[in-house]
Design a binder for this molecule. Structure first.
Ligand SMILES: Cc1cc2nc3c(=O)[nH]c(=O)nc-3n(C[C@H](O)[C@H](O)[C@H](O)COP(=O)(O)O)c2cc1C
Length: 305
C-alpha cells in the first residue's frame, strides 16, 4: 500500500483531513491527532482552526505535516500563519478554496453553536468577544467577518509569492478549475466539497474525481475526501485515479471515543480494510489498482472487480 506524496513516503495512501477544533472531541485536541497520525507514519493536515497552538502540535511529535489555510480579508494574518507553519517545519500549504463565504449551517444556527476559536488566530479574535447567543452560530459570524469573499486565482499567485512551500488547492470539483490550478502552478489538487457542509447539491466527490484526474493528466497528484469510511472507499478512489485520500470525520470520531488511541485505531482500521480489498482484488501495490477495477453506471459505482 506504500505511496509517495510530494516526495514523502507513507505506508498507505490515507492521510488526515484538516478539521478544526479537535478539543471538541478530546481535551488533548490536535496534539492527540498528530501523535496518532505520526504513529501510523501518515501525514496530518493541520486545520487553520486548530484548538492547539501550531507550535504545540509541531513540538508534540516528529512527523510530516501540512498546514491548511484560508485567505482572510487581512492578508497579513494569512501571511503570518504561513510563515509560522514554514518555520515550524510544515511541508506544504493546503489552501481551501471552497469557502469564500461560509455555507448556511442551519443546525449550528439553531443550536447557537459555540465553536472554540483557534488560539492561533488571536489577531482576528477580538471581534468575537461580544457575540451573545442572539447571533446564532458564533462560527458563522466569525467566518463572515474574517474570510475574504473576493477570493480568486490572484490569491493563489499571491500565496505563491510569499512562500516556497508547495501549495495544494482543496475544494476543486470541476475539470475547468483543475486545469486552472495546474496552470497556476500548484503542487496538488484535492477534490472536496467540504464534506457537503458548504452547499446542498454540490456533487459527491467520487462522481467528479475522474473528470478532475483526466484534466490534471498526471501533472500533479490528485487527492480526494468526503465520505471515505471503508477501505473499499479508498480502493474505489484509487481506481478512479486518486493518489491518496483524506479522512476527516472518522478520525474526529475516533478521537472522541478514545483520544489518541481512538484516532490511531481509525487509521489502522482503514489501512487493514484497504489491505484486504487490494488482496481480494488481486492488487499487489497501489499502482495495480486501476480503472478496470471499478464499474460505474452514470454517477454510481456499481461494482468492484
Ligand atoms: C468538524 C469539521 C471541521 C472541519 N474543518 C475544516 C477546516 O478547518 N478546514 C478545511 O479545509 N476543511 C474542514 N473540514 C472539511 C474536511 O477537511 C473534509 O473536507 C470533509 O469533512 C470531508 O471529509 P470526511 O467526509 O472524511 O469528513 C471540516 C469538516 C468537519 C466535519
Amino acid at each position: 500500500m506504500s505511496t509517495s506524496l510530494l516526495g514523502y513516503d507513507m505506508p498507505s495512501p490515507i492521510i488526515v483531513a484538516p478539521t478544526g477544533a479537535h478539543k471538541l472531541a478530546n481535551p488533548e485536541g490536535e496534539v492527540a491527532t498528530a501523535r496518532a497520525a505520526a504513529a501510523c507514519n501518515t501525514i496530518m493536515v493541520l486545520s487553520f482552526g486548530s484548538s492547539c497552538k501550531i507550535e504545540e502540535v509541531a513540538a508534540s511529535c516528529d512527523a510530516v505535516r501540512f498546514y491548511q489555510l484560508y485567505v482572510y480579508r487581512r492578508r497579513d494574518v494569512s501571511a503570518t500563519l504561513v510563515r509560522r507553519a514554514e518555520s515550524l517545519g510544515f511541508k506544504a500549504i493546503v489552501l481551501t478554496v471552497d469557502t469564500p463565504v461560509l455555507g448556511r449551517r442551519e443546525a449550528d444556527i439553531r443550536n447557537k453553536m459555540v465553536f472554540p476559536l483557534s488560539p492561533n488566530l488571536e489577531v482576528l479574535m477580538s471581534l468575537d468577544d461580544d457575540v451573545g447567543t442572539e447571533g446564532g452560530s458564533k462560527f458563522e459570524r466569525f467566518a463572515r467577518e474574517t474570510l475574504d469573499p473576493s477570493l480568486s486565482w490572484k490569491d493563489v499567485e499571491w500565496l505563491k509569492s510569499i512562500t516556497s512551500l508547495p501549495i495544494l488547492l482543496k475544494g476543486i470539483v470541476t475539470a475547468e478549475d483543475a486545469r486552472k490550478a495546474v496552470e497556476a502552478g500548484v503542487a496538488g489538487v484535492i477534490v472536496s466539497n467540504h464534506g457537503a457542509r458548504q452547499l446542498d447539491y454540490a456533487p459527491p466527490t467520487i462522481t467528479v474525481l475522474e473528470e478532475v484526474v483526466k484534466a490534471v493528466a498526471g501533472a500533479v497528484p490528485v487527492l480526494v475526501d468526503g465520505g471515505i469510511r471503508r477501505g473499499t472507499d479508498v480502493f474505489k478512489a484509487l481506481a478512479l485515479g486518486a493518489k491518496a485520500v483524506m479522512v476527516g470525520r472518522p478520525v474526529f470520531f475516533g478521537l472522541a471515543a478514545r483520544g489518541e488511541a481512538g484516532a490511531r485505531h481509525v487509521i489502522e482500521m482503514l489501512n487493514r480494510e484497504l489491505d484486504l480489498a487490494m488482496a481480494l482484488c488481486g492488487c499487489r501495490s497501489v499502482a495495480e489498482v486501476t480503472r478496470r477495477h471499478v464499474q460505474t453506471d452514470g454517477d454510481r459505482i456499481r461494482a468492484m472487480l
